[in-house]
Design a protein. Structure first.
Length: 208
């Protein structure tokens, strides 16, 4: 039985490793293809797709490295994801600070980690793109915790310029906000957005 269990663990790690590699290949192909794109708007779309794929690949990499092959330490994942986004957007760390308040006991399975990773990706990307116009400094805050009822609360906020009056993300054509809404529904969760002073997005869902 021990030999069989070890064999299955090795197989599962190999699957995670191969999926990660395949996603990285797709990301690299998009990067190569983007070199031939002249339209700036189309180029941004390609780059955003590349970043989303990279965020999913990172989940599989963390699962591959995890001692518990069924779950990923999501606190460690968030740190690596945000660092990669700051690098991708060429953020000046003296201008935009990052504050993390992460419950080290939050472990998520693959089916939960992937949508959570994409939600964080979209919300942090929005802050980096829109919250701080040229010359404005600020801070991005990320918080995640889990209570005794297995309810997870994820908060991504910034102290930037905020949202326009009468903002309704469900009526926007933006793919990013549509993804956040769809992924929150996938988690059977709820989302609350405040945009008067900066932007604060809170997503809550219960682990099954």
């Amino acid at each position: 039985m021990q030999a069989s269990l070890l064999e299955k663990e090795v197989l599962l790690k190999e699957i995670y490793h191969r999926v990660k590699n395949n996603l990285q290949v797709i990301s690299s192909l998009l990067s190569l293809q983007s070199a031939y794109i002249k339209d700036k708007h189309d180029l941004v779309i390609f780059q955003q797709s590349q970043q989303r794929i990279a965020s999913m690949a990172l989940v599989h990499e963390k699962l591959y490295e995890s001692q518990d092959l069924a779950k990923v330490n999501f606190g460690e994942y968030i740190r690596d994801l945000v660092v990669s986004l700051f690098t991708a957007y060429e953020v000046n760390e003296d201008a935009i600070a990052l504050v993390l308040n992460i419950d080290k006991h939050v472990f998520l399975g693959l089916d939960t980690a992937i949508p959570c990773s994409l939600i964080i990706h979209e919300l942090v990307s929005n802050s980096l793109k829109y919250a701080f116009p040229v010359g404005r400094n600020g801070t991005i805050y990320i918080e995640i915790n889990q209570n005794q009822e297995r309810q997870v609360t994820l908060v991504v906020s910034d102290d930037g310029i905020g949202l326009p009056p009468n903002f309704n993300f469900q009526k926007l054509a933006s793919l990013g906000w549509q993804l956040v809404d769809a992924l929150t529904n996938q988690l059977s969760g709820n989302i609350n957005i405040q945009g008067d002073m900066g932007v604060k997005c809170q997503v809550t869902f219960t682990l099954i």
